[in-house]
Design a protein around this ligand. Structure first.
Ligand SMILES: *Cc1c(COP(=O)(O)O)cnc(C)c1O
Length: 421
């Protein structure tokens, strides 16, 4: 018998992953929290750092999902693979309630139901070429940057954590956290309103300027509206399609995660208007809807029947009331955080149309310094602004996703450390 030879042939990895700086923020928070907890046993920490909802699923959604499960247990009501684009009854409800009633001409077949906006906002790069110049805000939701790094659309990161090949648009109190229109031409622009992490919103007039820029430069806007339900002012746009011209140059991402508490249930959707075109290498004009439809049909098999029934219940009258109650609950938390911090002498932003409050850290501290200070003095965990990008330095994010008691206790603790200083 011949001896068995071990092969030393080595598979290649995607080297782009080795460029990633992320995996730094939340592990570093966890490390500091653990070090503190180990040295101060018995201290009860309040976590206002997480971007995850805390309230239970609305009853209308649960009832719809339960009924769907029972249906699946019958011969006549069983469903196997559903359409990769989502069931038409859900797409119709979305198109009608989220778009047509707001005056946006979006049709049901322009809606692609998915298991998450995080996934969609990364997967969209599958249908976009490698030569695009990409703009992101700084600070930013890290997924937009990291998905471009993984797809090989950037170079290496510099010491500030900024990647070669990306255009960073700084946002700060100076520009109301709405980036300036780029001075250089770019092809893809990621915008998120209401914003995570800053809680900022955009007006229709400001969005119109972005749409003009996109049209002039034949650019594509990737608009993340995951927090639209938190908008309190009727004059602010819930969708980019409320602004003239967006149907020619914008893709929109929406999610049931934050409004209906579906972060663990998983359902979202992406809108790709049929008239958006890109260019092939041979110069041909190509419809993005066709490419995304092809991509989803090949790489995705739809969201479970039960979950889509649950999502559809968001649009019933009971569902609407329950979702509004959830949003109101978190927005009252946000108001409490805002007022308490203002009274304690902090400069605060956001929290009026978004579940995030963006706080200026006290003078003489940086974002991580304030993180340690709050952890030690108030036993409150937040998120350092610098973790979302170099221009987030000097800021701190507090999330309104928590119980009322926890928010109240956290604010009382912060107020008392400020006064005794
Ligand atoms: C929470 C969040 C989403 C939603 O992601 P899902 O994958 O749908 O849960 C999208 N964008 C931003 C900026 C978010 O914070």
């Amino acid at each position: 018998m011949r001896p068995i030879h071990v092969s030393f042939q080595v598979i290649q990895v995607n080297d782009n992953y080795l460029k990633l700086k992320a995996g730094y923020l939340f592990p570093e928070i966890a490390r500091r929290v653990k070090a503190f907890s180990d040295s101060s046993p018995g201290v009860e920490l309040i976590r206002l750092g997480i971007g995850d909802v805390t309230e239970p699923l609305p009853k209308a959604c649960r009832d719809a999902m339960k009924a769907a499960i029972d249906e699946m247990g019958t011969e006549s009501g069983f469903h196997g693979y559903g359409p990769e684009q989502g069931y038409s009854w859900l797409r119709e409800s979305i198109a009608k309630s989220d778009y047509q009633t707001r005056g946006c001409e979006i049709s049901a077949d322009e809606i692609f139901v998915s298991d998450g906006s995080k996934c969609d906002s990364s997967n969209i790069l599958d249908i976009l070429g490698p030569g695009n110049r990409i703009a992101v805000t700084d600070p930013v939701y890290p997924v937009y940057v990291d998905s471009n790094v993984m797809a090989g659309r950037t170079g290496e990161a510099n010491t500030l954590g900024r990647y070669n090949g990306l255009s960073y648009l700084p946002i700060s109190a100076d520009n109301q956290f709405v980036a300036e229109i780029p001075s250089e031409p770019v092809d893809l622009i990621y915008l998120c309103f209401p914003n995570n992490p800053t809680g900022a919103v955009v007006t229709k007039e400001e969005l119109a300027r972005w749409i003009d820029f996109a049209k002039d430069n034949e650019a594509l806007i990737l608009f993340d509206a995951a927090y639209e339900a938190f908008i309190q002012d009727d004059s602010l746009p819930h969708s980019i399609y409320e602004v003239e011209g967006a149907k020619d140059c914008a893709i929109e991402f929406r999610s049931f995660s934050k409004n209906a508490g579906f972060t663990g249930t998983r359902c979202a959707f992406t809108v790709i208007p049929k008239n958006i075109h890109g260019k092939a290498q041979n110069g041909d004009s190509v419809c993005l809807w066709n490419l995304w439809n092809r991509r989803q049909s090949t790489k995705f098999n739809g969201v479970s029947y039960m979950v889509q029934r649950g999502a559809q219940a968001v649009y019933t009258s009971e569902g609407r009331k329950q979702v509004k109650a959830l949003v109101d609950f978190y927005m009252n938390n946000a108001a409490l955080i805002r007022t308490s911090l203002l009274e304690a002498g902090f400069e605060v932003h956001g929290g009026e149309h978004a579940p995030y409050v963006w706080v200026n850290v006290p003078e003489g501290m940086d974002s991580w310094g304030f993180f340690d200070f709050l952890l030690e003095k108030a036993n409150v965990v937040g998120t350092p602004g610098s973790g979302f990008g170099a221009s987030g330095e000097g800021y701190f994010r507090l999330s309104a996703f928590n119980s009322r008691t926890n928010v109240e206790t956290a604010m009382n603790r912060i107020a008392s450390i400020r006064w005794s200083k």
